[in-house]
Design a protein around this ligand. Structure first.
Ligand code: PRX
Length: 639
């Protein structure tokens, strides 16, 4: 395959050792997957995973509901732990560092023991296959322990990112109807304690389904324990056995629900099941991260997002890798922290987001230059488009021009990486996620599903179901059907715009729905708006994303107020920003609040967000405004 334009071909030394060496190997895999997808996936599933019982049917498609490896039995925790114990039991699974500086090295054998003990504890409380648990924890080893213990017993887990507020936690507990919450007293972030148990207590005032709360003691600060409901992890664990058999579960058994923002105010619970999910996270560890037994791999995401589920917990453990797990912020105690970690553990693969790269870039080259980063051999990026300047800095200053960068496109819904370079094969173009992985049939189409010519912008879609795809939206199959499979008939709609170039490379252009991407975190404009209108002074609110050099997009909220004032607008803006932080989480705090007399609406009363987007981006309105009710509103907004 010939690649035009400025491209970085993989170095011969990298190709020579790569799991997928050279473009012919990629092309061969891609062709095999395209020609007979079921055979392709079945062969890999047999090779990559441990099954208690083989499947009877590879794929069953009752559009848009997919089942993979029907009738097969396996266990995700068994695949992540037990199967490594024979030859790799003493290998390190996690190199953990707490923000205050503690270090722990946990071998596969030790992790297995801890998972078994916690699973036994859960059994003691009466939980087992078919139950559901919410996990709300800091980035400590006990978070993956809790997830894997659930997986071991067939308890479907839903991890809520520790940066979410009590309100957001409450909504997720209620939607899942969970009887069990696993949390900690707190965790550390920027040298401050995040008081998770306090937030849990607040959330639980309106969560009647919850019968038990298990609290891990991380910080040791005083917390309230409600008798008969709240239990200390260490107290319950006393006296439990070190062994707990992994339950053979159906390939389609629900492994986890992860809430993400959609186009309405209500977050949607994305459901992933066991076999197909585990297969694709395992394969992408090999294909995209080129993982080898000797690697020290570090995905610097948070386990509370899908990146952490797939590429801190299930993917790396399934291939028996050694991973770094870091609890805190990159600037604590100084901007050296990440580079110290790379140096200390001799990290070979680093995976992070463009916002993190831009943030680190801004601090200057002195920080990374003070440290020995020569162990690095591969870099990764995820969550948002990476701009060429950040790409170049990552490549030159961090990778010293030696390390390929894998720009990985995927979503909570896809479960695993879908479009990405294979580092020993694909020539790189800064800013492009390059080509779809084998088995992924991606396309760029117009509204009717017709492919658009190279260079033209269109909707990014996936034409064929894939094993790690979401199975449904928890409790709302109709919404699943409408949002993903009916927008463009017959194909999976990603919600992203993209174009392909002459070489077939994909360039992701960002969301086309009411989702904004701030620092690689997905936020729904409707969710932000409903948080704002809960404030007693707010009459109406409209939220749009505006371009931001650091965070990709920033939240800009237009707000009209009840009554006639007078108001102290600065104070009110600060209050509303805090209000949103309380309702959703600090990471959702708007960058800008603009007070307006009225919002621009169509005659039928719909807020015209497109106009607001144009105002925050270009400060002028060019599109069609004939359906607007009061053009004067626009004039006043621009001013
Ligand atoms: O818009 C795309 C963007 O992030 C969205 C998915 O967000 P989430 O489900 O939170 O998962 C993030 C981590 C997988 C996508 O619809 N996105 C993700 N990766 C990239 C990206 N945009 C451009 N380039 C990427 N590599």
């Amino acid at each position: 395959m010939h690649v035009q334009g400025q491209a970085y071909a993989p170095a011969p030394e990298f190709v020579a050792q790569a799991n997928v060496p050279g473009m012919e190997s990629y092309a061969d895999l891609y062709r095999r997957a395209l020609e007979s997808p079921e055979r392709f996936w079945a062969e890999l599933a047999a090779q990559q995973l441990h099954w208690f019982e083989p499947w009877k049917e590879v794929f069953r498609w009752n559009p848009p509901f997919a089942q993979w490896f029907v009738g097969g039995k396996l266990n995700a925790a068994y695949n992540c732990l037990d199967r490594h114990l024979g030859s790799n039991g003493d290998k390190i699974a996690f190199l953990w560092e707490g923000e205050p500086g503690e270090q722990r090295r946990i071998t596969y054998r030790e992790l297995h023991r801890q998972v078994c003990r916690f699973a036994n504890l859960l059994k003691k409380l009466g939980y087992g296959t078919g139950d559901r648990a919410i996990i709300y924890m800091p980035m400590i080893p006990e978070l993956p322990v809790a997830m894997l213990a659930c997986a071991r017993l067939g308890i479907t887990h839903s991890v809520v990112f520790a940066g979410f507020s009590a309100e957001a936690l409450k909504a997720r507990i209620q939607d899942l109807g969970a009887p069990l919450v696993i949390t900690a007293d707190g965790g550390y972030r920027r040298a401050k304690e995040i008081r998770l148990k306090d937030a849990t207590d607040e959330a639980l005032r309106e969560c009647p389904t919850v019968r038990h709360v298990i609290v891990y003691r991380r910080t040791g600060s005083p917390v309230n324990m409600q008798k008969g409901r709240d239990y200390w992890w260490h107290e319950l664990e006393a006296g439990v056995e070190d062994e707990c058999p992994a339950v053979p579960l159906d390939a389609e058994h629900p492994l986890f629900v992860l809430y993400t923002s959609g186009t309405t105010g209500r977050p949607k619970g994305i459901l992933h099941t066991t076999g197909g999910y585990l297969l694709q996270v395992t394969l992408t560890m090999r294909w995209v991260f080129d993982i080898k037994p000797t690697d020290v791999y570090w995905c610097a995401a948070d386990i509370g997002w899908v990146t952490g589920h797939s590429y801190i917990v299930y993917g790396p453990l399934s291939v028996g890798a050694t991973s770094v797990l870091y609890e805190g912020a990159p600037d604590t105690p100084s901007w050296s922290r990440w580079w110290q970690i790379v140096e200390r553990y001799r990290v070979t693969i680093l995976y992070t987001s463009p916002t993190a790269i831009r943030t680190l870039l801004r601090q200057g080259d002195e920080w990374p230059q003070r440290h020995d980063l020569s162990s690095l051999r591969l870099l990764g990026s995820v969550g948002e488009p990476i701009n060429p300047a950040a790409w170049e800095w990552y490549y030159r200053i961090i990778g010293k021009g030696r390390c390929p960068i894998v720009d990985t496109w995927w979503q909570t819904e896809t479960g695993a990486i879908m479009i990405s370079p294979m580092p020993g094969a694909t020539p790189l173009k800064p800013g492009s996620a390059t080509l779809p992985l084998p088995g992924v049939v991606a396309d760029v189409v117009d509204q009717d599903g017709q492919p658009v010519p190279p260079g033209q912008e269109g909707f990014l879609v996936i034409r064929k179901p894939w094993p790690s795809m979401l199975r449904t939206i928890w409790g709302d199959p109709e919404r699943y059907r409408q949002q993903y499979w009916e927008r463009i008939p017959g194909v999976y709609f990603t919600g992203d715009a993209a174009r392909r170039d002459e070489d077939g490379y994909f360039w992701i252009l960002g969301r086309v729905d009411d989702v904004i991407n701030v620092s690689g975190h997905r936020l729904s404009t409707m969710e932000l708006e409903s948080a704002l209108v809960k404030h007693p002074l707010v009459a109406e609110a409209a939220v749009v994303g505006r371009p931001d050099e650091l965070t990709g997009q920033a939240i800009c909220a237009f707000v009209s107020l009840k009554g006639s004032g007078p108001w102290d607008y600065d104070q009110l803006a600060a209050e509303l920003r805090d209000w949103v932080a309380r309702e959703i989480g600090k990471f959702a705090r708007p960058a800008e609040i603009r007070f307006v007399e009225a919002l621009p609406k169509t005659r039928s009363g719909k807020i015209m967000r497109r106009l607001l987007r144009e105002i925050v981006t270009a400060r002028e309105v060019t599109g069609d405004v004939t359906t607007l009710e009061d053009f004067g509103v626009i004039q006043r907004l621009i001013r």
